[in-house]
Design a protein around this ligand. Structure first.
Ligand code: PMP
Ligand code: GLN
Length: 386
């Protein structure tokens, strides 16, 4: 603890569970099915396009809202997949990863006296930024095993002070993909409010079993109040690049851009050009990745079921969750910390995604790994539990 006063929002935080479990995995030589990152880098052609741009330049500050090539490619992507008409000049801001995109969007909307609704389980970066902005968090807590979003719960969380709701679909950590009925309910609640939706859609393409990802912005009346957040890291298995974006209506995007200009101002121009290339030429990679991930999910689900875990549904994302009640009386966190030490497999406890720290009987497996890595993890778990 420093003797100097600091912002309690951040001084009271531990390092993230992802960093914590990855460090334990490294310490114990464990297979890391904790932190969600693919262990194979995305297309070489994208990396080559970025390295050419790095050598040939320019390497000075790109435009504050992002390289025009990337903004045009993002507009074309939104048109192709969702029939959105985005103006690259006014409706798109390129950021340093979705993390910055979310921060800029929250900073643009939330402030003193306002409230922001989080749907729990909730990705860890949302709450501290909302609180640092002086806004109050209200939660809609979903319940296992179905984790359905209801109009009743949304109405109970919305007040006249609600400025925004964070909507993550596909949802990390539970792999829910909100369906049309849930989104309709959300749209009705939003339409009766002055709130905007900050839609974290970083896993937009990673939806399984023929399901469709429906952006909330595509529902009638919703586009004017939706800020959509995306991540090239997730789309092209390049999580370390930290290239993300926010898209939305010009009037809101102006405020997002004003926040972005004082967070990072810009993002590496070469990486932006690499991602522009990817959006134009490598979407097949992303669609194949989805197929491979679905097969990994199935292999992992079958294997852990046989070991006494009780897997829950997984409709999209990198993540499968499972109930550990049949295996242990420990909390999820104690279980994960023992498993990484004694079985050599790192997972993520789900309780960290809830402000009240419950439920404590669920864990998250990341399956965005090579099949051999998943099989190695399964082999270790088999040895441990049998
Ligand atoms: N939102 C969600 C739901 C995520 O899972 C992640 C990262 N795994 C992010 C945002 C951050 O994405 P990025 O790495 O592009 O900052
Ligand atoms: N979003 C990734 C996950 O859920 C982790 C990203 C991070 O470590 N900040 O595993």
């Amino acid at each position: 603890m420093s003797k100097f006063p600091s912002n309690p929002v951040f001084s009271s935080l531990p390092t993230t569970i992802f960093t914590h479990m990855s460090a334990l995995a490294a310490l114990h030589g464990a297979v890391n099915l904790g932190q969600g990152f693919p262990d194979e880098d995305g297309p070489k052609s994208i990396r080559e396009a970025a390295s050419r741009a790095l050598i040939e330049g320019p390497n000075q500050y790109p435009p504050m809202r992002g390289r025009i090539e990337l903004r045009k490619a993002l507009a074309a992507h939104a048109k192709r997949f969702y029939s959105f008409d985005l103006d690259p000049d006014t409706d798109i801001v390129v950021t340093s990863g979705a993390t910055e995109a979310l921060t800029a969007a929250i900073m643009a909307i939330a402030g003193e006296g306002g409230e922001v609704v989080l749907i729990e389980p909730s990705y860890d970066s949302y709450r501290p930024i909302v609180e640092a902005m002086g806004a109050r968090v209200r939660t809609v807590k979903l319940a296992a095993p179905d984790w359905r979003l209801t109009e009743e719960a949304l109405r109970a969380a919305f007040t006249p002070a609600t400025r925004a709701i964070l909507v993550n679909s596909p949802l990390n950590p539970i792999g829910r993909v909100f369906d049309r009925a849930e989104l309709d309910a959300l749209a009705r609640v939003l339409a009766a409010s002055d709130a905007v939706a900050i839609c974290d859609e970083v896993y937009e393409h990673l939806v399984f079993d023929g399901r469709a990802h429906i952006p909330l912005a595509s529902l009638p009346g919703m586009s004017e109040r939706c800020l959509r957040v995306g991540s090239a890291g997730k789309m092209f298995s390049l999580t370390g690049w930290k290239v993300g974006w926010v898209t939305g209506p010009a009037a809101l995007m102006r405020v997002v851009a004003n926040a972005h200009q004082f967070i990072t101002f810009t993002t590496s121009p070469a990486l932006q050009l690499g991602i522009a290339y990817g959006l134009e030429h490598e979407m097949a990679f992303t669609l194949n990745l989805t197929r491979a991930l679905q097969a990994n999910r199935d292999v992992l689900r079958a294997a852990i079921s046989g070991l006494g875990f009780k897997p829950l549904a997984c409709e999209g994302s990198y993540f499968l969750t499972a109930d550990i009640g049949g295996l242990t009386n420990e909390s999820d966190r104690a279980f994960c910390e023992r498993l990484v030490r004694e079985a050599g497999v790192a997972l993520i406890p789900l309780s960290v995604f809830f402000a009240d720290g419950t439920p404590v009987n669920l864990v998250r497996f990341a399956f965005c790994k090579r099949r051999a890595v998943i099989e190695d993890a399964v082999g270790r778990l088999e040895k441990f539990f049998n």
